[in-house]
Design a protein around this ligand. Structure first.
Ligand code: GAR
Length: 196
């Protein structure tokens, strides 16, 4: 079975979209894949409740309990590796990862970012797109490399910026598309992996 581990920090709506797609599209039968663990760096992440209700194992690795990024990433790696992941999916996981962590999951680590990369890596993407006068915004699924919010692009979705948009309105429009492209990109990547 190709195990999928999803990392979250908050609401986990992208995680939920992937879990729902996996069930609706019968990924176990069609792709030999299952979401078998959801890991959060925050104990109060709303997505943990959803995952537990779906019968998915949940884990919390609180970054505040570690003195360095390296120590946090070492514990995170230990927790993830117990799940023997074929893919590690970052879904609103708001921590900067060390090069060692990224290297460990080379080719197996996916992220979704709420902008049309390479535009607007980092935070506050929607406000920055509005401030720049962009007529279009969107989201990008990419393989994670050592450079933050870079790496080969696997999928993108474009939405219009509409008159009167504020950052929240634009974020909501983009998020709807994230929920469409992220499960699609994960399924495509799973299909490319050798059977396990
Ligand atoms: C999503 O918009 C995701 O693209 C973004 O956080 C949100 C998480 O929402 N990720 C980043 O900004 C990563 N740098 P969710 O918890 O409801 O999926």
């Amino acid at each position: 079975m190709k195990n999928i581990v999803i990392l979250i920090s908050g609401t986990g709506s992208n995680m939920a979209a992937i879990v729902n797609a996996a069930r609706r599209q019968r990924w176990e039968d069609r792709l030999g894949a299952q979401v078998n663990c959801v890991v959060s760096n925050r104990a109060d992440a709303g997505g943990l409740v959803f995952a537990a209700r779906q019968g998915i194992a949940t884990e919390v690795v609180d970054h505040k309990a570690f003195a360095t990024r390296e120590a946090f990433d070492a514990e995170l790696t230990a927790v993830i590796d117990r799940c023997q992941p074929a893919l590690v999916v970052l879904a609103g996981f708001m921590r900067i990862l060390t090069p060692g962590f990224v290297q460990h999951y080379d080719g197996r680590l996916l992220n979704i970012h709420p902008s049309l990369l390479p535009a607007f890596p980092g935070l506050h993407t929607h406000q920055r797109a509005l401030d720049a006068g962009c007529r279009f915004a969107g989201a990008t699924v990419h393989l994670v490399t050592a450079q933050l919010d870079h790496g080969p692009i696997l999928a993108q979705a474009v939405v219009p910026v509409l008159p009167g948009d504020d950052a929240d309105a634009l974020a909501a429009r983009v998020l709807t598309q994230e929920h469409r492209i992220y499960p699609e990109a994960v399924a495509r990547r799973l299909a490319e992996l050798p059977a396990q």
